[in-house]
Design a protein around this ligand. Structure first.
Ligand SMILES: [Zn+2]
Length: 426
């Protein structure tokens, strides 16, 4: 299927007066989350683009970049990591009422040296010894994670981040630098051991989300492999991958501008991070253009852990305004994120007059449950309004603080309804 970019869409249709006819007759992959049908002066309806926060390389205790001595890059900071660094992620989540994804590396959480049996996963191979990093900080950090379930999502990133053979590593753990997935039996073992490490530390059930280490990834099967990495991840319950499409192999297979479905696993384009992984701390400013706010752990931490809140506050102040924009929103969690992104991309707003009409025909062609449940609508009006509907459940309608008459409607679809009509009155 062809991709139609937002820019192309704008170029093609802006300035026309018959928005309804155009939207009704154009290609099915049209993105409709914008509000280009400007025939109605009093109302603008948006299916806002969700933004998900994804933080890479969480989980290390050593901050040392070991790449020159065949150890992992880790986070490359000038100090070790401490439980307060985990608290910083939960604090970010709590301040914004979101669940940031912590893309987690687990080798330095190995309490029993089980990774000796998986020599490709660490720099010490069969002589793996993690005793240096076994201490009370493990339980302190695990406790922060367990107590912050609403504000912290553990995402699979890797065990040792790279892939070791004969004492040297190549990038990266799941896929090599020419885009070929590691042998299936190794991928399966790495996932099994990831699960064992989670269990050792009581870090909860196996995650539903994945960020490929070093962003080495192929969409669909890579050369010489029968199955894709997504398919193997799916066997462990993973439903969603986040990675930059710019470095993804076979990216042309992704069906839409911001995401694709690989063996039913939603794969979202991370876009380009504002900062390199070593920026410590960062001062975010660049406008987000895509659905992911990607960063690395040091970007939101401080050289003095007790000052982490200062670094976190910068990110909170940077991200908060996206909730106040009519055409964007912060995703509350990664599941809502996938649903909203599907609607933003595929659900059509056929009318912005009375009643507002939403069409889910294209959205429902996605596999699985994505797009079948909840979505958020934002409606900009020049007068106060009340909304009601028989064909979709309005779970909540609220007026966005600080903006006059910018309504946020939290909707839940009714089964078997391909269209929803929402009427409004003053
Ligand atoms: Zn990484």
């Amino acid at each position: 299927m062809a991709k139609i970019s937002r820019r192309k869409f704008v170029k093609q249709f802006i300035g026309t007066s018959s928005g309804i006819a155009l939207l009704g007759s154009t290609a099915p992959l049209m993105s409709s989350g914008n509000s280009l049908n400007t025939y109605s002066n009093s109302l603008k309806v948006f299916i806002p683009m969700p933004v998900q926060v994804v933080i890479d390389d969480v989980g290390w205790w050593s901050g040392t970049d070991g790449s020159k001595k065949q150890e992992p890059y880790r986070t490359g900071i000038s100090r070790n990591h401490v439980p307060a660094d985990y608290q910083a992620i939960a604090d970010l989540g709590k301040a914004l009422n979101i669940k940031p994804q912590a893309a987690f590396i687990l080798c330095e959480w190995d309490r029993d040296n089980i990774l000796r049996k998986l020599p490709t996963s660490t720099w010490m191979g069969e002589k793996w010894d993690n005793s240096k990093w076994v201490g009370p900080w493990l339980e302190a950090a695990a406790d922060i994670i367990r107590c912050s379930r609403d504000y912290f999502e553990l995402t699979v990133h890797g065990i040792g981040h790279e892939y070791w053979e004969g004492g040297t590593f190549t990038r990266a753990e799941w896929t090599d630098s020419s885009g070929q997935m590691r042998p299936s039996d190794q991928v399966k073992l790495h996932l099994e051991y990831y699960n064992k490490l989670l269990n050792q530390n009581n870090l909860g059930p196996f995650p539903r989300s994945f960020v490929p280490a070093a962003f080495r990834h192929s969409f669909g099967p890579s050369e010489g492999r029968k199955v894709s990495l997504a398919e193997l991840l799916k066997e462990h319950g993973i439903t969603y991958i986040n990675t930059p499409f710019s470095s993804m192999y076979n990216k042309e297979r992704a069906q839409y501008e911001h995401f694709g479905s690989d063996a039913g696993v939603i794969t979202v384009d991370r876009g380009n991070d504002e900062f390199p992984w070593l920026t410590f701390p960062a001062n975010p400013m660049a406008e987000l253009k895509g659905p992911t706010c990607g960063l690395h752990w040091p970007n939101m931490l401080h050289p003095h852990p007790e000052q982490n809140p200062e670094a976190v506050t910068r990110w909170v102040n940077y991200l908060k305004p996206y909730n106040e924009k009519p055409d964007m929103m912060l995703a509350p969690n990664s599941v809502d994120f996938q649903n909203q992104l599907a609607h933003h991309t595929l659900t059509r707003i056929n009318q912005e007059t009375q009643p507002i009409e939403l069409d889910f025909t294209e959205t429902d062609k996605l596999p699985g449950s994505v797009g079948k449940e909840e979505l958020t609508l934002k409606i900009l009006s020049d007068k106060p309004l009340q909304f009601r509907s028989e064909s979709i459940e309005i779970k909540k309608q609220s007026l966005l603080e600080g903006n006059e008459f910018l309504y946020v409607l939290n909707l839940k679809r009714k089964a078997h309804q391909l269209k929803a009509l929402i009427s409004f009155k003053e």
